[in-house]
Design a protein around this ligand. Structure first.
Ligand code: AMP
Ligand code: MG
Length: 701
């Protein structure tokens, strides 16, 4: 029915400051059950412009929009007629719009309410005054209060905890929000004219439907899904927008069939279960990333590596959906939930060797035991109990028969007719494995976030696990930029170079366990780049993008320029060599890592910054590189101020570095088997000094 849902949490107050406040306006756009990051609108002027632009953009894109606002669209019966001379609530909207003045610093809502009360000659219906000065006709409290109309709308009688529309101040009251919101909606009606209708006063036959919503209908769900540090209003619009946009059309129709053409209605009232169900449609949908997740603290010139990493670690969260797969399909996948053993390993006591089993240990000296008939073999079930003082033939892996807890190796035994002889001592329990000695049923064997190795698959299988919940693989696009680039193997002009970064980055991503998506090359052209990024999101459906080249601040650095224009880019000047500025930004909610063009810098920045960040997005948690101290096989001194990574490899027990540090030297990358990391401060390295070496494996390759 609706392609896009917008939910707005309105505010009667106005926030003038730049930092998000709980009582400003929040809005969230959702499509098909997937919400975007909530948007902070710091006052009504900003909100009115944003909502208008958003509606326009959605209509231009041909999408039908349901826009919900959390304040009453109507008043108890009789009020509209008394004020605007008509029972049509929309006439009251225009009546308010003609009287309410609003500016970021001041508005006249209490004066308008006082004037209404005076015109009716009663000490009400409006009450509550948020101002220091008294307002003629507007009582501050309900002492002596008179209301010529009903105290509550019909909908409010059904909505537990809803406030009456007449109360203008006090925590949670909506009276002021309506007075300040309805004029905005009245102007939207004018702007979109025939393309906008209002529920439940008009038939919803236009491109835009305005509806009244109330997030408290699903308060428990919102509370449960509020993220740590998330502002409550942001969570409210996010979760309600998600629910409304995920609602099956039949449920939406049923909700829209309700209503009161004079007083208005709360969409979804009485349909809370349907809203709730829409929030849990099978696979959980991860919360979106915030648009400012790459913002840097102001005033920082060169950010130290560890600080940059800490910022990434703090702000990125898993974006991948959860799915189920079999153990056979699970290699390299990331666990979305911890796994517990369904049964013990081994499930029963068994023998570790081929030999003879009996009960108890034996001292030094010769022992002769009569043999019991039959044998215990792997997979077989030995019937009966082996009598004390008797032995039985057992084969590796066989469950120990009743009456057996100790095994002697067959090589240590002489068999003669129906008896065996061997030399002690033999310890009780020798050569046998206790049930659950490896893993007990119910033990947590693997944590959430684990990227499954071949050994993990063995462990899962051994403890009876057949399927696991994993994150869908992260789809990461790779795009090269630069007029000078040609495709590998093609005829390149004299001024051209081959695109070396793309195959390298695609390879790195594959090794890191992601789904690498080739987005090709684009020239140094902003619109081509924008089209490529759009295509990556809409067509290829990527979760993140790596670009190389054009990330700096020069004339031809279109990646950084484009992302900056999109309003969500930070140029991270990180104190690292090799590496030029990293352009980190969001393109329509998808993170873009703008890597330097030089292949050495592109690879190092990918491994040091992008790889751990992508790990977080993929649900694998934060993976710090695993290095170790080894003696240097080289000499080097460095100045303080930035961290350095050298192409390196281990030979003969020392670590050697590539002969050149030039960041275009691709041969050195290929030569290397890891990186030497030199600290941020000054360093003088002499042969034999300990330095930190991180092999490719320690970087997740
Ligand atoms: P840029 O970051 O665009 O200024 O590029 C820095 C250097 O890296 C230039 O010498 C580029 O020609 C080179 N470069 C950029 N992209 C690639 C690529 N995909 N493969 C190889 N070299 C590249
Ligand atoms: Mg370039």
């Amino acid at each position: 029915m609706f392609d896009t849902v917008i939910v707005v949490d309105w505010s009667g107050g106005n926030d003038r400051g730049p930092t998000p406040k709980a009582d400003a306006i929040w809005a969230c756009v959702a499509r098909s059950g997937t919400p975007e990051a909530p948007v902070y609108l710091r006052n009504r002027q900003v909100a009115e412009a944003w909502i208008g632009d958003m509606l326009q953009a959605e209509r231009t894109a041909g999408r039908r929009v349901l826009a919900g606002f959390d304040f009453p669209f109507g008043y108890p019966r009789g009020f509209a007629r008394a004020m605007a001379g008509s029972d049509d609530p929309l006439a009251l909207w225009d009546w308010f719009a003609a009287r309410i003045e609003d500016a970021p610093k001041a508005n006249n809502r209490f004066d308008v309410a006082g004037a209404i009360n005076r015109s009716l000659g009663t000490n009400g219906p409006f009450w509550g005054n948020g101002l220091k000065r008294d307002v003629d006709g507007l009582p501050r409290t309900k002492v002596g209060y008179q209301n010529p109309f009903a105290e509550r709308r019909r909908a409010e009688k059904l909505a537990k905890g809803a406030f009456a529309v007449w109360q203008l101040s006090g925590a949670g009251s909506v009276g002021s929000q309506a007075l300040m919101g309805l004029p905005v909606l009245a102007r939207l009606r004018q702007r979109f004219a025939d393309d906008l209708t209002v529920w439940p006063f008009q038939p919803l036959d236009a491109g835009i439907a305005l509806v009244e919503v109330w997030p408290s209908l699903i308060a428990p769900e919102i509370a449960a899904q509020t993220m740590p540090d998330e502002i409550k209003d942001a969570a409210q619009v996010r979760v309600l927008a998600q629910a409304l946009s995920a609602l099956p059309p039949a449920e939406m129709e049923a909700m829209l069939a309700d209503g009161d053409a004079q007083e208005g209605w709360i969409l979804g009232l009485g349909h809370e279960n349907a809203l709730r169900a829409a929030l849990t449609p099978g696979d959980p949908v991860p919360p979106p990333l915030s648009n400012d997740c790459f913002a840097l603290p102001p005033g920082v010139a060169w950010t130290p590596v560890d600080e940059a990493l800490a910022l990434l670690q703090e702000r990125l969260t898993p974006v991948a959906r959860v799915e189920t797969c079999t153990v056979q399909q699970a290699l390299g996948r990331v666990l979305a939930a911890p796994v517990t053993a369904l049964r013990s390993n081994p499930p029963r006591p068994n023998t570790a060797v081929d030999g003879y089993g009996f009960a108890g240990g034996r001292d030094a000296g010769v022992h002769v035991l009569p043999l019991t008939d039959g044998r215990a073999a792997a997979g077989g079930d030995f019937d009966g109990t082996v009598p004390a003082g008797h032995a039985v033939r057992v084969l590796t892996g066989a469950a120990l028969p009743a009456g057996v807890d100790t095994v002697v190796l067959q090589e240590d035994v002489t068999v003669d007719g129906g008896r065996i002889a061997f030399n002690g001592p033999v310890k009780a329990g020798a050569n046998s494995r206790r049930a659950g000695e490896d893993v007990a049923a119910g033990d947590e064997i693997l944590p959430q976030g684990r990227r499954l190795t071949p050994a993990d698959l063995a462990l899962l299988a051994a403890v009876g696990v057949g399927t696991v919940q994993v994150f869908a693989p992260l789809r990461v696009g790779v795009l090269s930029t630069g007029d000078e680039l040609s495709e590998a193997g093609s005829d390149a002009g004299a001024t051209q170079i081959y695109d070396a970064n793309r195959p390298m980055l695609l390879g790195l991503l594959t090794r890191l366990g992601h789904e690498a998506v080739d987005l090709g090359r684009v020239a140094d052209d902003r619109s081509a780049l924008a089209a490529a990024l759009d295509g990556a999101l809409d067509g290829a459906g990527v979760d993140a993008i790596l670009t190389s080249g054009g990330a700096s601040a020069g004339d031809e650095d279109h990646v950084s320029a484009l992302l900056r224009d999109a309003g969500a880019m930070a140029l991270w000047r990180i104190a690292v060599k090799p590496g030029r500025p990293l352009a980190l930004g969001m393109w329509n909610g998808t993170p873009v890592f703008g890597l330097p063009g030089n292949p050495v810098a592109a690879m190092v920045c990918t491994l040091v910054f992008a790889a751990p960040a992508l790990g977080l997005l993929a649900g694998a948690g934060w993976q710090a590189p695993q290095g170790f101290e080894v003696p240097a096989g080289f000499e080097k001194s460095k100045k303080p101020g930035r961290r350095e990574y050298l192409r390196a490899r281990m030979r003969g027990g020392v670590v050697e570095v590539f002969r050149s540090e030039g960041s275009g030297r691709i041969s050195g990358l290929s030569w290397a088997e890891g990186l030497v990391e030199l600290p941020d401060g000054a360093a003088v390295v002499k042969p034999g000094d300990p330095v930190r070496f991180i092999p490719w494996g320690g970087l997740g390759l």
